[in-house]
Design a protein around this ligand. Structure first.
Ligand SMILES: Nc1ncnc2c1ncn2[C@@H]1O[C@H](COP(=O)(O)OP(=O)(O)OP(=O)(O)O)[C@@H](O)[C@H]1O
Ligand SMILES: [Mg+2]
Length: 381
């Protein structure tokens, strides 16, 4: 009897001990964000994943703090949590883009009740969907490009021969009119237009061809310097000032030096063109926060990243076209082919990176490129 009572007591005690620590650790280690508040609006639980998604540093003293205070940079989350005690039907599997970090979260909001059914708090469970969203967007884009690419490749092949024919025939015609400068000029114009059309055809063919990366230890600083030099050979930057700030001891990344130069050269050309000879371009490169490695499924590891920002103080991208600027053949320039940013995105995708743009009319444009570094190496400049 004594023995049984002791055993029972022991079980209760171990359940208590295991229960408390176990549940606390379980919540801490979850790969979903968990954030719970009390009925009077104080933080009761916030796990590591939640801190990471909100871009905050974990601190034990946060427990008990008003959530409006701790989450003041996340007004949408504050609004959702604030509504928890007024709603009967709480959002389930809803999505939200966090303004501060531009991350997308999928969330479920639940009431917390005590044993008597009294409402004592609310809990937000969420998952960072940014990567999922990007992968879906990338797949959609890839499908679109595949269809478009097939058509463009077929058309370009068909166009190549007649264009060459026009150029050759115009050359023969030019020789027939040696004494007429006016006719010579007209034929020269035909030849140069045919050459331009041919260059576009070649560019399209080059664009639709899959990228084969030649991966090597690549210095981002070197890439950026080479890209500036290349962009200057393509566009006369006149009075545009370029400043560059690269974090010292930035690790080398695994990348294709030549393709990365093309990427930043295209961004720089666009900036120079937007500035039209006057203004500034600031290039900034630094280590970014670790991110889940791309396409590794549920076992994705966190890998270090490098973030390169290119900001111009030009006219900005009008909000109604921001969604389209990466589409192939989208251009607002009379002489543009609209392939510059499509190529940029293709190179970023091939490196498992990501590109974001922030712009507002009259306040310039920032393109932010995030590239993963290699985790298995210790290559430093
Ligand atoms: N830094 C920028 N500032 C303002 N608008 C920009 C900027 N970069 C790109 N854009 C807009 O995005 C559009 C698409 O750019 P993209 O580089 O793909 O093509 P393009 O520059 O028009 O032509 P191409 O690069 O093929 O010569 C541009 O026409 C322009 O409207
Ligand atoms: Mg361009």
């Amino acid at each position: 009897m004594v023995c049984e009572a002791a055993r029972e007591q022991e079980t209760v005690r171990s359940q208590d001990v295991v229960g408390d620590r176990f549940f606390r650790q379980m919540v801490q280690c979850m790969r979903n964000g968990v954030l719970a508040i009390t009925r009077d609006g104080r933080i009761a639980v916030m796990n590591e994943h939640a801190y990471r998604v909100f871009g905050l540093e974990p601190a034990a003293s946060d427990i008990g703090r008003p959530f409006v205070d701790l989450l003041r940079d996340q007004p949408d989350v504050v609004r959702i949590l604030g509504s928890a005690f007024e709603l009967n039907h709480l959002p389930n599997r809803a999505e939200l883009r966090l303004k501060a970090t531009r991350k997308v979260i999928g969330y479920t909001l639940s009431h917390i009740e005590d044993e008597e059914g009294e409402l004592i708090g609310a809990a937000l469970f969420f998952k960072d969907l940014t990567r999922v969203e990007q992968i879906e967007e990338r797949e959609r884009l890839r499908d679109r490009l595949a269809a478009l690419g097939e058509m463009a490749a077929a058309m370009s092949h068909e166009l190549k021969n007649p264009l060459a024919g026009i150029e050759i025939t115009a050359g023969l015609l030019k020789r027939q009119v040696p004494d007429s400068p006016d006719l010579q000029q007209l034929v020269a114009d035909i030849i140069s237009e045919a050459k331009l059309a041919n260059a576009i055809v070649l560019e399209v063919l080059e664009f639709v061809r899959p990228i084969r990366l030649e991966m090597e230890r690549t210095s981002i600083a070197q890439v950026l310097h080479d890209a500036v030099r290349l962009a200057e050979t393509k566009v006369n930057r006149r009075d545009v000032a370029v400043t560059m700030s690269v974090q010292s001891h930035l690790p080398l990344i695994q990348g294709d030096h030549h393709q990365l130069c093309r990427l930043f050269m295209n961004l720089l050309i666009n900036a120079f063109e937007a500035l039209d000879g006057n203004g500034t371009v600031a290039i900034c490169a630094a280590a970014g926060p670790p991110e889940e490695e791309h396409g590794a499924g549920p076992d994705a590891q966190l890998v270090p990243t490098v973030v390169i920002e290119l900001t111009d103080n030009g006219p900005g991208v009008p909000p109604d076209i921001t969604d389209r600027i990466f589409n192939p053949f989208f251009t607002t320039k009379p002489q543009g082919s609209g392939l510059g940013l499509a190529i940029v995105r293709k190179i970023v995708d091939a490196h498992d990176g990501r590109i974001d743009v922030t712009s507002s009319a009259g306040h310039g444009t920032t393109f932010r490129v995030t590239l993963p570094m290699s985790t298995r190496t210790n290559w430093y400049e």
